[in-house]
Design a protein around this ligand. Sequence first.
Ligand code: FAD
Ligand code: NDP
Ligand code: 3IO
Length: 437
Amino acid sequence: MDHWSESEGKRVHDPIFQPRISQNCRQPVEEFCRERSKGAAVTRFERCTWVPGPIIVGAGPSGLAVAACLKEKGVDSLILERSNCIASLWQLKTYDRLSLHLPRQFCELPLMPFPADYPIYPSKEKFVAYLEKYAARFGICPSYNHAVVCAEYDEKLLLWRVRSQLTGKMEEEVEHISRWLVVATGENAEVVQPEIDGLKEFKGTVVHTSAYKTGRAFAGKRVLVVGCGNSGMEVCLDLCDHNAQPHIVVRDTVHILPREMLGQSTFGLSMWLLKWFPVHVVDRILLLVARTMLGDTARLGLKRPTVGPLELKSLSGKTPVLDVGTFAKIRSGDIKVYPGIKKISGQQVEFLDTRSEDFDAIVLATGYKSNVPFWLKDRELFSDKDGLPRKAFPNGWKGEGGLYSVGLTRRGLMGTSVDARRIAHDIEQQLSAEGKL
Ligand SMILES: Cc1cc2nc3c(=O)[nH]c(=O)nc-3n(C[C@H](O)[C@H](O)[C@H](O)COP(=O)(O)OP(=O)(O)OC[C@H]3O[C@@H](n4cnc5c(N)ncnc54)[C@H](O)[C@@H]3O)c2cc1C
Ligand SMILES: NC(=O)C1=CN([C@@H]2O[C@H](COP(=O)(O)OP(=O)(O)OC[C@H]3O[C@@H](n4cnc5c(N)ncnc54)[C@H](OP(=O)(O)O)[C@@H]3O)[C@@H](O)[C@H]2O)C=CC1
Ligand SMILES: O=C(O)C(=O)Cc1c[nH]c2ccccc12
């Protein structure tokens, strides 16, 4: 089959490929693509397609935000998304009771506010509905089921070559080529699987929080939740609400703050205080109020780090827990706190303080990591260690040769908005300077 003709035909009808951008630079690339698609040496590639606008990898809030900001400036883009929907983290990998922990004004994307009747902390369903409307409003139609497996800069062509596998068809690869590559694959792209002696042989259910929906199936069961970030803490509360017996592993220190203090959201209050005071002063205020409201958390096994919550977030990315009721259940003894795990044998878990308990199920609330080092051939913008930009926010959004990063800032959706606006502005400037817009 002539795959080039096939993709040409597709492009005629596909708004993504309408050449709003001047054709001048396309000629040699089109020839290159045609050659690749025909060449016997490249039979692995089913199709090879020139994308006139930027290629964005990931259709989460970050990918959508960049596509929208570009669209507003008259630039079409192509989003490659591995799953079959937008915001797959929110739609497929989060628990039922999830709501935003930060107030809505800190979570909206550029150019379109949340509907006025939305609550301060929109539910997951409301957040996803907003994202669906957002995509529709800006005419964003991602290419679903495209898992990007390799992206590299072609030094000869001065272009990005992005290879993706079609989901469920491992042997079928397509290649897209563009001047610009925007990485929007998120900080939560892959789950962190802890290495715990005996975990693989545990004689009970083991589930990561990305696959946990509700505590219904755990009623009456003894459940060990490993990890005390926001996910672990809220899953414990959900387990309580479903009459399970949750136990939580807190292997290190943790900052737990009430979600609201002094009649305001803790996050909003923090942002306001940061306008007037340096971060260590704001941290002291937050800790003082938290102590008044929660008491000494260390007495219940939740020792605080020596560095304050906001400073720690900005230094290490570790997010403070914004408490939505879990702490009261720890205080009442409904949730029991345990230190790190030494080993697991059968159904028995041995802890570092030598206590041992039997469990029916383990929920791994051990977090997520970026997958950028697995597919992006770049050593400059991103660190191999954690797959995040080497430069701290707000300086990690732009690399060399048309490479960009959005939403990998450890600043949540606020970071996404800042990156997205910058990227769109930068690409617009390049096109304007070339007289192509
Ligand atoms: C439970 C939970 C609650 C959260 N709550 C908040 C909150 O209230 N406020 C806040 O600001 N932040 C919150 N966050 C942080 C979260 O990072 C952001 O809300 C937001 O999802 C980030 O958007 P993103 O587009 O950068 O990443 P994601 O939402 O993770 O989207 C990335 C997309 O890229 C796709 N992808 C990944 N790899 C590839 C590949 N190789 N090829 C193709 N596609 C790929 C994924 O399938 C996904 O659809 C929360 C996170 C979690 C886990
Ligand atoms: N409503 C909301 O807004 C919510 C937001 N979120 C956000 O989603 C993101 C992911 O959160 P989350 O899923 O909680 O992940 P986190 O990375 O925040 O937390 C992971 C936890 O697992 C612990 N851990 C990792 N490995 C082990 C191990 N081997 N043994 C014991 N403990 C271990 C970590 O401990 P240590 O610190 O010692 O490494 C940490 O406490 C965060 O940004 C969070 O804020 C999550 C839920 C709700
Ligand atoms: O939920 C997250 O992890 C976020 O990234 C949101 C967020 C950004 N900065 C913070 C500081 C305190 C609590 C949550 C966040």
